[in-house]
Design a binder for this molecule. Structure first.
Ligand SMILES: [Zn+2]
Length: 293
């Protein structure tokens, strides 16, 4: 079931009110651009992003400073809302972990791998049974129950995670996985997969893919409900590119192992998924130069 709620109002301000609103808008734009420049600079230098709380404290300082005294003419709440709107990025890795650009991770609960192993085990048992026998039928029913159980647990996990993220972030950038899938399938065709493609990783990916699109759906409507939004970006080579803007070196050699990123050129070192998230965020921030109005 899909419910969309929207209310539109037309304001008819007097001339004086219109002038005031325009001043407020100017203040919001100023706060947006200043905070955006600050965050861009931090991402560029390899620092974690400032939180909303940090930005709100800065806003208080600006409002009390001589230089930005004009900010005092606008009410504080729209300015805080502007900062809330300017938030952070999320990036999904291929294993069941979400890597956020601020260097934190959301781990899938332990049941994920346990169930994965259990499904594989029960499938092997099924393969040894005589087709359409009583045992075979019972085994099929057992596997179906297992899948239903996994689906429920996954739904619960994705609901909790998307709610938590939508509460803390107004703007979420997501890497378009389609791009990654294409680059993956280049190693082998569907009919003739490369030798490294194992049955297990196929299962893992199937479970994840379902979860991923559901996660995006949940997050999209939860963000919309709170006035934020989710944006999908094509972001190829995100985890092979050095996130330091003065460097930007892109090479497979930057990824010595699956988990680590070490730039061949400048030596910048970080978790590979965090680097991916930083690059997605940079691509996203580059697209929003000004407050959408
Ligand atoms: Zn570098």
């Amino acid at each position: 079931m899909k419910i969309l709620k929207a209310f539109r109002y037309r304001l008819e301000p007097t001339e004086e009110q219109a002038r005031q609103l325009s001043r407020y808008r100017g203040c919001m734009r100023f706060v947006w651009n200043k905070a955006l420049a600050l965050q861009k600079g931090r991402v560029g230098a390899g620092y974690p992003l400032l939180s909303y709380g940090d930005l709100a404290k800065l806003l208080t300082l600006w409002r009390h400073s001589e230089e930005y005294a004009f900010l005092r003419h606008a009410p504080v709440h729209p300015l805080q809302w502007t900062l809330k709107f300017l938030m952070q990025s999320i990036h999904v890795a291929f294993d069941p972990t979400l890597a956020l650009s601020n260097g934190t991770f959301v781990d899938a609960p332990g049941w994920f791998r346990r169930y994965e192993a259990k499904v594989a085990w029960e499938m092997r048992k099924l393969a040894r049974m005589k087709k359409f026998s009583k045992n075979w039928r019972e085994q099929v029913a057992k596997i179906q129950r297992l899948h239903a159980h996994i689906a429920n647990a996954r739904f619960d996990f994705l609901h909790k995670t998307s709610t938590a993220i939508s509460k803390n972030h107004a703007m979420v950038f997501v890497e378009d996985l389609h791009v990654k899938n294409m680059s993956k399938s280049a190693k082998g065709t569907k009919e003739n997969p490369g030798k490294k493609v194992r049955a297990k990783s196929g299962l893992n990916k199937a479970i994840l893919d379902q979860g991923w699109s559901m996660f995006q759906t949940l997050l999209t409507y939860k963000l919309a409900w709170r006035g934020g939004y989710l944006k999908t970006l094509p972001a190829p080579y995100t985890s092979l590119t050095c996130p330091i803007p003065t460097c930007g070196h892109a090479s497979k050699g930057n990824r010595i192992t699956q988990a680590d990123f070490t730039c061949e050129k400048c030596g910048y070192h970080a978790n590979a998924d965090t680097v991916g998230a930083m690059n997605v965020l940079r691509a996203g921030l580059a697209r929003i130069a000004c407050l959408p109005a």
